[in-house]
Design a protein around this ligand. Structure first.
Ligand code: GAL
Length: 437
């Protein structure tokens, strides 16, 4: 039997990108400096011109129009805006202002991220997220951004995926500053990020109020499913639960209570009060990609992550697990029933576009099922508009609805782009020719 699901009229269909991954020539950033040393990015690639988006904003907004999307999530680049401490680049601010005007003219609502993984190099030199002046510097940057473009933006994201950023930067050592520390070493960067978020939240609201416009401020959390490698093994169960609590919920809880708190004997102990942090999340934004199976291990940090050999996977070997989106939506709503939810990223590395259509349909159906159950989902942004620089994995992972030919910089619609555009235009899902499992 055919099934349909109709989305609310104002549902925010979107796509997401991030400055460093698409703009090109982000020369004042920590990433740019870091990439220059061989061995850090796969195949020794560097972000370089990336997608040359800086020079092709018009063309890329046309791609968005072709998709008929209502919302575009993108980041403004601190390293471009404040090239050295206190040195503000008016040209960059003007560029973003013009981009916003073009988006508005195209009927596309912006969702602006203030920090998506990269820092100005001068901030990194002072210690990055470990620098005691971090929150203050971020607050100044937020002020300047608001002054330039603030009244054109309602939906803000202060930080993208704090936990991914910190795990990659301070534990796995695969992002700058490339440290290999303990879980406990995350406390200082987490506190500084939360302080910066609290300040930015207050600034964005105060400035919007002065200008008599609206502002909604959130974070793009990265939530994963953590299941035990063996469902009957009590230590696997325990470690899966600890991983989930720490990775998924520590930051959202801190935003709710104002307290960064986590305690596991022999592993981790955090208990820090952060001024003005409680209640600084106006909606719940999250990125969803995959699931981890957690296995107890006798060595610190006492767990290992496994992906079952038989699971369906994307080009980066991440498990494709659409049900996870439904599970997370129900869980978020259960924990934060007062917040509406925005899926700020979801997508697949699939160079051949052989799995993306099924991926899209399956994930959107899982989202629809949650909405039927009463979960207030307000929007969905697909990652990504176009292929781009995938951090330490370089250019080979292909997440785009549009394929990028990096030689000619031509953008080519993949079949999945047409499917997404159709769903957006019809504002509904229909079972039949598509592939719901
Ligand atoms: C997210 C990140 C994006 C993009 C995506 C695909 O974690 O926010 O910048 O890289 O993953 O891997």
């Amino acid at each position: 039997m055919k099934k349909t699901f109709s989305f609310p009229k104002n549902f925010k269909w979107g796509v997401a990108t991030a400055a460093h991954q698409i703009e090109g020539n982000n020369i004042h950033s920590d990433w740019w400096h870091w990439e220059q040393t061989p061995g850090r990015v796969k195949n020794n690639e560097r972000s370089g011109l990336a997608c040359d988006h800086w020079a092709r904003v018009n063309e890329d907004i046309q791609l968005m129009k072709n998709l008929h999307i209502k919302q575009y999530r993108f980041s403004v680049e601190w390293a471009r805006i404040e090239t050295a401490q206190g040195v503000w680049n008016e040209e960059a601010l003007k560029h973003y202002k013009e981009e916003l005007a073009l988006l508005r003219a195209a009927g596309i609502e912006p969702m602006v991220t203030l920090h998506h993984f990269t820092l100005p190099f001068w901030v990194a030199e002072l210690g990055g997220f470990e620098w005691h002046g971090f929150a203050e510097a971020f607050a100044k940057y937020t002020e300047v951004v608001y002054e330039a473009i603030g009244t054109q933006v309602i939906d803000w994201i202060t930080f993208n995926e704090p936990m991914v950023l910190f795990a990659a930067s301070y534990i796995a050592g695969v992002f700058p500053p490339q440290k290999k520390g303990s879980l406990q070493s995350l406390q200082v960067p987490m506190v500084n990020l939360l302080k910066a978020h609290a300040k930015a939240y207050q600034i964005l609201h105060a400035r919007a109020k002065q200008a008599s416009v609206q502002a909604r401020v959130g974070v793009a959390h990265h939530l994963r499913i953590f299941d035990p490698a063996c469902a009957y093994h009590p230590l696997d169960l325990l470690m899966a639960k600890i991983s989930e609590d720490f990775f998924n919920w520590t930051i959202p809880q801190a935003l709710r209570t104002g307290q960064l708190q986590f305690y596991v004997p022999f592993l981790l102990s955090m208990n820090v009060s952060i001024p003005d942090l409680a209640g600084t999340q106006d909606y719940f934004g999250f990125n969803y990609y995959s699931r981890d199976f957690v296995k107890f291990s006798f060595r610190p940090p006492f767990f290992k992550i496994k992906v079952p050999a038989t699971a369906p996977k994307n080009d980066l070997d991440w498990e494709i697990y659409p049900e996870g989106l439904n599970r997370l939506l129900l869980e978020i709503h259960d924990r934060y029933p007062d917040l509406s939810i925005s899926i700020t990223e979801n997508g697949i590395a699939d160079a051949k576009d052989s799995q993306r259509i099924k991926f899209l349909n399956d994930h959107l159906w899982q989202m629809a099922e949650a909405m039927k159950a009463g979960v207030p989902v307000e929007g969905y942004s697909h990652w990504s508009l176009l292929d781009n620089f995938e951090w330490n994995s370089g250019f080979s992972p292909r997440f785009g609805l549009y394929e990028l030919d990096y030689v000619t910089m031509k953008r080519i619609a993949r079949p999945s782009a047409l499917v997404y555009a159709k769903i957006v235009v019809e504002n509904q899902l229909l079972t039949g020719q598509e592939t719901r499992s």
